[in-house]
Write a protein that binds this ligand. Structure first.
Ligand code: UT7
Length: 341
């Protein structure tokens, strides 16, 4: 049977370190508030002058992942690029990344699933691979939030949580009858809650799409009903974890590590508590990166692999909830070390 396995991962964050104390110079906030409400200690942002897009961060992460996978750009059958902060309104960042990789005709698909971009991307890649439409898919998740955040006190509830960053995953077909690769995935969306986390402008609903008044009102900055998103996450994450385990026929105890989206440390602690999991089974790195949206799960995966927390034979669950709202989970089992291709 055809299975989708991870051949290589890579991460990249820009070098500008922004601490909570730095933020408190620009807006009415404190290190204590941010730490206590979110767990975040620092994040990385692109240079203040700009000039770096999601595809640039994604390119750096892709080179590392492809190096580990032993892939050349020509080996890629499909690029999937997940971001809510694309370089341009259009064309997609996947096209820009393909060009940076020196590719001239490889298909590139952008997906706009925000915090669940990795989950939707992984599921799409798995469908392409298992249906033989592709053998190798490069999944890139990258965000440049910092150029779109309100760093005045007006935006403090949103701005303090977001960080820039990227991660890439090389996904490849493996022929095997053992239980390995993507075991099951569950994806959901409820657009009735779209307004709980969104950026209103530029918008094709208005003519012009962005004007001086909208800029003054900060319509180009994200707004969030943090409490609503928080409550939804705390309800939906345990629910979708149970759903994906049932679909795969795998017991909870068989999961070695849960890698949730990094939106708020308290959400992930509530998730652990709901499923009665020791905190050591739930990976968190939001303390160091903030919320990097689409990039957060693969960025955490890359670190977990590097630390030896997951590897051959381990079972891992990726899950998250965010803007849309969208939520979902993917259950993945690493192939055994000596598995044949
Ligand atoms: O990945 C995308 C999905 N997003 C999420 O999952 C985010 C989920 N939500 C959250 O993480 C939390 O709701 C936040 C961290 C965004 C906010 O935490 P909270 O505990 O829900 O705070 P709150 O919004 O209820 O605000 C409490 C107080 C308010 O003041 P008053 O009205 O009680 O006087 C806010 O104005 O904290 C104030 N506040 C701040 N104070 C200092 C809001 N932001 C800040 C800030 N610094 N940065």
């Amino acid at each position: 049977m055809k299975k989708t396995i991870i051949k290589g991962t890579g991460r990249y964050v820009p070098p500008r370190l922004v601490t909570n104390d730095d933020l408190s110079l620009w807006m009415d906030t404190t290190n204590e508030w941010i730490l206590q409400r979110t767990g975040i200690e620092q994040r990385y942002w692109i240079p203040e002058a700009g000039g770096v897009g999601a595809s640039d961060l994604g390119f750096e992460a892709s080179k590392i992942a492809m190096g580990l996978a032993g892939w050349e750009p020509e080996d890629i059958d499909l690029i999937i690029f997940a971001t809510l902060s694309p370089d341009l309104f259009f064309p997609g960042s996947g096209c820009l990344l393909a060009h940076k990789l020196g590719l001239t005709s490889t298909p590139a698909l952008d997906i706009r699933q925000q915090c669940t971009g990795f989950l939707y991307g992984m599921t799409t890649a798995d469908a392409y691979i298992r249906s033989s439409l592709a053998k190798r898919v490069l999944l890139v998740c990258a965000e440049v939030h910092s150029t779109g955040l309100d760093i005045s006190t007006r935006g403090r509830d949103v701005t303090v949580i977001f960080g820039d960053g990227a991660a890439a995953v090389c996904l490849e077909r493996m022929e095997t009858d053992v239980q390995a690769g993507v075991l099951a995935s569950c994806l959901h969306a409820d657009g009735s809650l779209a307004e709980s986390l969104m950026t209103l402008a530029p918008t094709s609903r208005e003519n012009p799409r962005l004007d001086e008044k909208m800029l003054q009102e900060g319509k180009h900055f994200p707004t969030m009903d943090g409490r609503s998103i928080f409550k939804n996450a705390v309800r939906r994450l345990p629910e979708v974890a149970g759903e994906v385990l049932k679909k795969a026929g795998v017991p909870l105890a068989a999961v070695d590590l849960f890698i949730p989206h990094q939106a708020n440390l308290r959400i992930n602690q509530a998730f652990a508590k709901a499923l009665d999991l020791p905190e050591s089974k739930v990976y968190n790195n939001i303390q160091r990166y903030g919320n990097t949206t689409a990039a957060s799960i693969p960025l955490a995966l890359d670190e977990a692999i590097e630390k030896g927390l997951v590897g051959p034979d381990s079972t891992v669950m990726f899950l998250g909830l965010g803007a849309g709202v969208t939520w979902g989970a993917v259950l993945y089992r690493f192939a055994a070390k000596n598995s044949e291709e």
